[in-house]
Design a protein around this ligand. Sequence first.
Ligand SMILES: NC(=O)c1ccc[n+]([C@@H]2O[C@H](COP(=O)([O-])OP(=O)(O)OC[C@H]3O[C@@H](n4cnc5c(N)ncnc54)[C@H](OP(=O)(O)O)[C@@H]3O)[C@@H](O)[C@H]2O)c1
Length: 328
Amino acid sequence: MKAVYVNEFGGPENLEFRAVDDPPRPAGTEVLVRVKAAALNRADLLQRRGLYPAPPGYPERILGLEFAGEVAAVGDEVEDFKTGDRVFGITAGGAQAELLLTDASLLARIPENLDFIEAAAIPEAFITAHDAIFTLGRLAATETLLIHAAGSGVGLAALQLAKARGVRVLGTSRTADKLAEAAKFGLDAGILAGGDANLAAAIKEKNDGRGVDVILDLVGAANFPANIESLNVKGRLILVGTPGGAKAELNFGPVMAKRLTIVGTVLRSRPTPEKAAATRKFAEEVVPLLAAGRLKPNVDRVFKAADAHKAHEYLESNASFGKVILEF
Ligand SMILES: NC(=O)c1ccc[n+]([C@@H]2O[C@H](COP(=O)([O-])OP(=O)(O)OC[C@H]3O[C@@H](n4cnc5c(N)ncnc54)[C@H](OP(=O)(O)O)[C@@H]3O)[C@@H](O)[C@H]2O)c1
């Protein structure tokens, strides 16, 4: 098979779509997937630079945390999938290759209304977002959600999931255009972040003087003081991404007085049973909404696998709105 391979850790020019060994035949509960499309993630950029090693058992030089494709073969204990089924899911690495060996418990069926490119835009963003706001954040329909980087892949997924349950959603971006686009996905109020803006004051102003109940933070330390100030009593802050820094100072006072919960999460390093549980919830609660057209994948741009270096440059530029896809 061919795979997007990191010849040397460093810049995008080190990526090559080249021949590598095929995975072994599937055994037990394993499934061999013929990958048709795989989306990029920020984690790929870090791994490419040698800053985010793959967990044990996953290839260190073949990137890719999510995929959409067709079942090519199944192990003798697999009952739910057969050759030819259209499937998508998350993995801890190696998805940007023509073949991927994974576990059946990490697969969901692609609804008929989605093609492989659209399907590839979904798993990491929607599983991360669903797990963060509902499972960890316990977001209720009567509450208000704030999403930092609302125009990101995970941000747009969270926005759609929350709107599908009737939640009021505020979102930030450093780019006015992304806020305007996010409004088309149902964003109730957009806040321009970055620079000298007083974020906490802006959040309050856009929310009729009130605070918010749950914050999905895809930006990190830069927003931490404003997050603590903006949360209502019993508010929940879910830390998911750190492009804006990973270190901040914490005043315990408001955290204690407002009885706040601060939760961190990473999907990639979770053991397979925990990922399988998140995938099951995704299959049960998210896939039907995709099938009904109530949630939509957001494909920003598609690159050929041989142009993976261009796709990395594009994602690194922060110009993307939604997901960047590699086609195999
Ligand atoms: N913990 C997990 O399991 C998990 C899973 C998936 C993703 N993530 C993380 O979640 C975040 C969002 O992922 P994604 O795939 O949705 O990303 P994405 O589509 O690439 O969007 C990321 C956005 O973050 C904002 N951003 C980038 N650098 C920034 C900086 N220095 N300061 C402030 N904002 C910055 C930009 O939005 P604006 O231009 O609008 O400001 C950018 O478009 C990433 O950090 C990713 O690593 C974590």
